[in-house]
Write a protein that binds this ligand. Structure first.
Ligand code: HEC
Length: 176
């Protein structure tokens, strides 16, 4: 007579080791890389916005304050800025009245409050903006700045240059 041996733990264990565990691991990796790709996409979208919004005219391509357009106001060095995400968003959206920093949010001051002021007409001493951005585009620029610019130090590396000029890698020949 066959002896009853209870639930077949060995087989369950085998199943887990050989099948379920690797499947779980694969699932985890797929998920992790999907999340990674998503944030990569977001950083790239932010870079595209940076490149197409005139930021580099005043701040320089690599945001170190080495402006690209001579006649433009000289922008701050963003590589060494101490602003957090909220302050970055506020500065880009609302600009800095009385300085060369324009307000990029079309609804700034009028439909979205700036600097804790009641809604109303924007201050008259704002520098004119080269173009406006949606709040989502502004978020993407902040993501880009935090991922690739802020805290990266004064020296621009070749890898950084190639990320920025992926369409013109020869412009990075002089970087190490
Ligand atoms: C017309 C020139 C000009 C353009 C275009 C411009 N900036 Fe600025 N930006 C400035 C100047 C000038 C300052 C310094 C303001 C001050 O004196 O406080 C500044 C300051 C900033 C700051 C605050 C830095 C700090 O540490 O206080 C951020 C962030 C910033 N700019 C981001 C951007 C982004 C992102 C863009 C493009 C979407 C952009 N700027 C476009 C001129 C410009």
């Amino acid at each position: 007579m066959k002896k009853y041996s209870g639930p077949n733990l060995d087989r369950d264990h085998f199943f887990f080791r050989r099948c379920a565990a690797p499947l779980l691991a694969i699932g985890f990796l797929v998920q992790a890389s999907a999340a990674h790709t998503q944030s990569d996409e977001r950083v790239k979208a932010g870079l595209m916005t940076w490149r197409s919004s005139g930021c580099a005219d005043c701040h320089g391509a690599f945001a170190d304050g080495d402006k690209q357009r001579d006649e433009a106001p000289t922008g701050a060095n963003l590589r060494t800025t101490r602003l957090d995400a909220a302050a970055l968003k506020q500065t880009i959206s609302c600009g800095r009245p009385g300085t060369g920093m324009p307000a990029f949010d079309e609804g700034a001051y009028k439909v979205r409050a700036c600097n804790g002021q009641p809604l109303g007409p924007p201050p008259s001493d704002l520098y004119p903006t080269p173009r406006t951005l949606t709040p989502d585009e502004i978020d993407a620029v902040v993501t880009y700045l935090q991922a690739r610019v802020i805290g990266k130090g004064r020296t621009i590396t070749k890898a950084e240059c190639l990320f920025y000029y992926s369409d013109q890698p020869e412009w990075c020949d002089d970087y190490k």
